[in-house]
Design a protein around this ligand. Structure first.
Ligand code: GA4
Length: 334
């Protein structure tokens, strides 16, 4: 009997939805004179875009990729010494606290420069200092770029306060997260019973934060969901960043921007997919509400109830990955 043991408990992506539709992902050069308007358009139409001309040195990126590859190549027992991803540490197949699983292993890290990396000493040993500084250089550079994007967006939205959005990421108390993901290839997908199928690596979801900045190696897998429900594959590009609008930015723009549903699927390619994602979030005490400057002099009504990032995050951690987390905070029309 041929066993399909490993993949048995996993979810497959339905074949019909994995084909790439002929939709162009907006590619925006941050140094383009019209970047601010192009960014606003992409956030409104898709909630997703690719960034070139980002100014993040490729050396910072490739140093992190080397460290990530080294970590994920360690034997399992060694990686498990990095603790559990609750809140920071190593995770394997289990995503979040509510039973979601995926064909993935990951390392959840903080963006807080004060964080005591001692908990990782037994994993990284002598290399801990290097690992820490490589992560810190990358996070600093990507955060700066995310802030540049948010400042251009604020300008594009004609908000006078240039840092109305970026100040939330720049704030020392900003509750941001950084994760390294590894999607191993799945050789079992060569077996006849499952040929041509894809496994769910990271199931469909929207990101709760303001903005997410993703970079991956040259292995495909990322897909985004269009407004009409079609899934499209995003061709990987290891020199660029992909940015998506998070739930909080949807609320802060009173629904003008949409947080994009996305997922990662794994095929039978021989190549691993490694990605690094910065999730820019506000301080826990921050009220998440539409920016007054976007409310037509007070005439427009908020589509959402008032809540803080702490409340939203608490509620998010009670949800399953695919749940619509924002609907609990929407004002119901009378
Ligand atoms: C999705 C975006 C980020 O990866 C993340 C995820 C978090 C986790 O993996 O622990 C969550 C997920 C994410 C949203 C709903 C909850 C929380 C898993 C989950 C089921 C780190 C985040 O901030 O929210």
């Amino acid at each position: 009997m041929v066993a399909v043991a490993v993949t048995e408990n996993f979810t497959y992506a339905a074949a019909a939805t994995t084909t790439a539709a002929a939709v162009n992902i907006p590619t925006i050069d941050l140094s383009h004179p019209d970047a601010k308007n192009l960014l606003v358009k992409a956030c409104e139409e898709l909630g997703f875009f690719k960034v070139v001309g980002h100014g993040v040195p490729l050396e910072i990126i490739s140093r992190l990729e080397t460290e990530a590859n080294n970590f994920f190549s360690l034997p399992l027992f060694q990686k498990e010494k990095a603790g559990s991803p609750d809140p920071f540490g190593y995770g394997n197949k289990n995503i979040g606290p509510n039973g979601d699983i995926g064909w993935i292993e990951f390392l959840m890290l903080t963006t807080n420069p004060e964080f005591d990396y001692k908990i990782f000493e037994s994993v990284f040993g002598e290399n801990l200092k290097t690992f820490r500084s490589v992560v810190s250089d990358y996070v600093k550079a990507v955060k700066r770029m995310a802030c540049d994007v948010l400042e251009l967006v604020a300008d594009g939205l004609k908000i006078d306060e240039k840092d109305a959005l970026s100040k939330l990421l720049k704030n020392e108390e900003s509750d941001s997260v950084f994760r390294l993901n590894h999607y191993p290839p799945c050789p079992e997908l060569d077996q006849q019973q499952v040929k041509g199928k894809h496994l769910i690596g990271f199931g469909e979801h929207t990101d709760p934060q303001i903005i997410s900045v993703l970079r991956s190696n040259n292995t495909c897998g990322l897909q985004i969901c269009l407004r009409d429900g079609r899934w499209i594959s995003v061709p990987p590009d290891h020199c660029c960043f992909f940015i998506n609008v998070g739930d909080s930015l949807q609320v802060m723009t009173n629904g003008r921007f949409k947080s994009v549903k996305h997922r990662v699927v794994v095929g039978n390619s021989k190549k691993s997919r490694v990605s690094m994602v910065y999730f820019g979030g506000p301080p826990l005490t921050e009220k998440i509400a539409p920016l007054p400057a976007l409310m037509k002099g007070g005439e427009e009504e908020s589509l959402y109830k008032e809540f803080t990032w702490f409340e939203y995050k608490k509620s998010a951690y009670k949800s399953r990955l695919a749940d619509n987390r924002l609907c609990l905070f929407e004002k119901i029309e009378a």
